[in-house]
Design a protein around this ligand. Structure first.
Ligand SMILES: *[C@@H]1O[C@H](CO)[C@@H](O)[C@H](O)[C@H]1NC(C)=O
Ligand SMILES: *[C@@H]1O[C@H](CO)[C@@H](O)[C@H](O)[C@H]1NC(C)=O
Ligand SMILES: *[C@@H]1O[C@H](CO)[C@@H](O)[C@H](O)[C@H]1NC(C)=O
Ligand SMILES: *[C@@H]1O[C@H](CO)[C@@H](O)[C@H](O)[C@H]1NC(C)=O
Ligand SMILES: *[C@@H]1O[C@H](CO)[C@@H](O)[C@H](O)[C@H]1NC(C)=O
Length: 507
């Protein structure tokens, strides 16, 4: 797939140059690779970060290097003799709570996985920090956690304000964490796909039964700014931080090192319970989804991460995430069957514990706490009557034909193609002699791009032939040297994440 590129120079004279890339959306063009863990290495109460040396509070979906146990370190994981990653050079550990279904009679039953866990490693151009950002690799033994197992309610404003309107309260670490997860309704019928991270809570059973006929995908993003010194911290969180826009933006000065953006996805086959009455509960006793969380310990073979990062065929803008296309992984990819066969030898204390099938209670005698509810709504609500159609998503494209003030989405009218647009306003005062409006139109391959500049606000209107969804990335290099580049964080945003959900084809 070739990238149509449009270069638009110096609309503000010397002040600003925009470089626009139209990226075909399907298959993806993005700077990432997709690391598949097949099945699990175990389903057990193991968590060396939260409960070293003893059984974990709750059951996890365990993945990665086979030496994951109560005491794992980067070194011990590195000497694992297998991994359930398709990449044999990755012995890192990846885990998150298992999902159960509680039948009306009180019994619990494990929900099955669709294939396993996908760990995305994203090396996106950061709109604000600029394309010159150098990503660190995950240092061996780095431990981190995303999410809060005790959380049961939504704390921030709902609906989430548009990125362009985020204030400091929306960008506190707690507020960013809250927004860094989602539960996608899976429905492979055309037009029923939901955007990622739109629903950071579990929706009611009636809705799931009516709509999520292919299951529910849990998604969680890790912090990707590091203090550069500590591999862990007392709360397992404060050595890392989210950048200002979760998957984009700038790292705080206390955590100046940019790590790849690590992001897990797991599809749970909740559809196996469509005709059953009861509720879904995570192994930590959470029926809401707000308490979802995930853990990671880095243990890659030496040098691999650097080689992958530095090879454009692996993590360049034009990659589609398939590890087979990355030469660094040549000869290092095992079959899914081999990956799936990698199992842990569980510690004695949990080896005989039943974690699947019909159970009288959650393993570890975890109590169910909290009640499922939508953000902002009372905790006690009746289950709704069945619904047959998906709600209008709050991130679906609008029918508007233009984008103003970097807030809206653009959809070419009467075509199925959509275009997600990043627009930026100038961090510097525009020259006084600037014409109030400048319009430029370009044709590049199948794309027609029209840029309209109105004072310091950039408006981008893009028209495309049907077939693919497009993403525009604005090259903000010219900002990164500006003393006020931090300030532009408020003005730059990138909607409709370029992340492409995997469906039948990939997973
Ligand atoms: C993997 O390691 C375990 C224990 O460390 C050992 O029992 C097992 O034989 C090893 N498997 C292979 C394939 O080397
Ligand atoms: C509860 O219901 C489930 C599903 O029908 C069944 O498998 C299980 O045996 C029941 N448990 C009890 C204690 O009756
Ligand atoms: C159930 O979920 C659907 C979809 O989110 C929503 O429209 C409906 O209001 C919910 N009902 C209740 C009572 O929460
Ligand atoms: C952009 O839109 C937001 C929200 O609609 C508004 O508060 C803000 O004033 C607008 N900014 C400009 C520069 O028009
Ligand atoms: C962004 O633009 C600058 C200046 O035009 C250019 O030097 C740089 O290579 C561009 N970045 C990318 C990633 O193309």
């Amino acid at each position: 797939m070739s990238l149509p590129e449009v270069k638009l120079k110096s609309l503000f004279g010397h002040a600003i140059a925009f470089w626009i890339v139209l990226l075909a959306f399907t298959p993806t063009c993005d700077a990432f690779f997709r690391n598949l863990m097949i099945g699990d290495t175990a389903m057990a109460r193991v968590d060396p970060i939260m409960t070293p040396g003893k059984p974990a509070q709750h059951v996890h979906h365990l993945n990665g290097g086979s030496n994951l146990d109560f005491q794992s370190t980067g070194e011990s994981l590195s000497s694992s003799n297998c991994t359930n990653s398709v990449l044999t050079v990755d012995k890192s550990a990846y885990w998150a709570p298992w999902l159960y279904f509680q039948h009306d009679n009180g019994s619990f039953e494990d929900v099955k996985l669709a294939l396993g866990l996908t760990a995305y490693y994203k090396y996106e151009i950061r709109g604000i920090a600029g394309p010159d950002v150098t990503y660190s690799v995950f240092p061996k033994g780095l431990r981190m956690l995303s999410g809060d197992s005790a959380k049961r309610t939504w704390k921030g404003p709902w609906p989430v304000p548009d990125l362009s309107a985020w204030g400091s309260e929306d960008m506190s670490q707690e507020a960013l964490q809250e927004k860094a997860m989602g539960f996608n309704c899976m429905n492979y019928e055309p037009g029923k796909n939901e955007p990622s991270f739109a629903y950071p809570w579990l929706r009611n059973k009636t809705f799931l039964d009516a709509n999520c006929i292919n299951g529910v995908r849990a998604e969680i993003i890790f912090p990707s700014c590091w203090d550069g010194k500590n591999l862990d911290s007392a709360d397992h969180k404060s050595h890392v931080a989210f950048p200002s826009l979760i998957q984009d933006g700038v790292c705080p000065p206390t955590h100046p090192i940019y790590l790849p953006i690590l992001f897990y996805e797991t599809i749970w086959q909740t559809n196996n319970f469509i005709d059953k009455s009861g509720k879904f509960v995570f192994a930590n006793g959470d029926p809401t989804g707000y308490g979802y969380h995930a853990d990671f310990i880095a243990a890659w073979d030496d040098g691999v991460q650097e080689a992958v990062r530095d090879n454009p065929a692996c993590t360049g803008l034009n990659t589609d995430g398939e590890v087979e296309q990355c030469p660094v992984f040549s000869g290092k990819i095992q079959t899914q069957a081999d990956a799936k066969s990698c199992k842990l030898t569980l510690p004695e204390a949990v080896i005989d514990e039943a974690t699947d099938g019909i159970l009288s209670g959650l393993p570890g005698q975890v109590e169910v706490t909290g009640e499922r509810h939508d953000p902002g709504s009372p905790v006690n609500q009746p289950e709704p009557s069945p619904s047959t159609s998906l709600p209008a998503s709050r991130t679906s494209p609008t029918a508007s034909a233009s984008v103003v003030n970097s807030t809206a989405y653009y959809s070419a009218p009467a075509t199925p193609a959509t275009m997600a647009i990043s627009v930026t306003s100038s961090p510097v005062a525009p020259p006084v002699n600037l014409p109030s409006t400048t319009t430029s139109t370009y044709t590049s391959g199948r794309y027609v791009v029209e840029m309209v500049l109105i004072e310091a606000i950039t408006t981008v209107t893009a028209t495309t032939v049907p077939v693919t969804t497009q993403t525009i990335v604005v090259n903000t290099t010219s900002y990164s040297s500006s003393p006020s580049s931090q300030h532009t964080a408020r003005h730059i945003h990138r909607h409709a994440r370029k992340h492409v959900p995997h469906g039948h084809g990939h997973f």
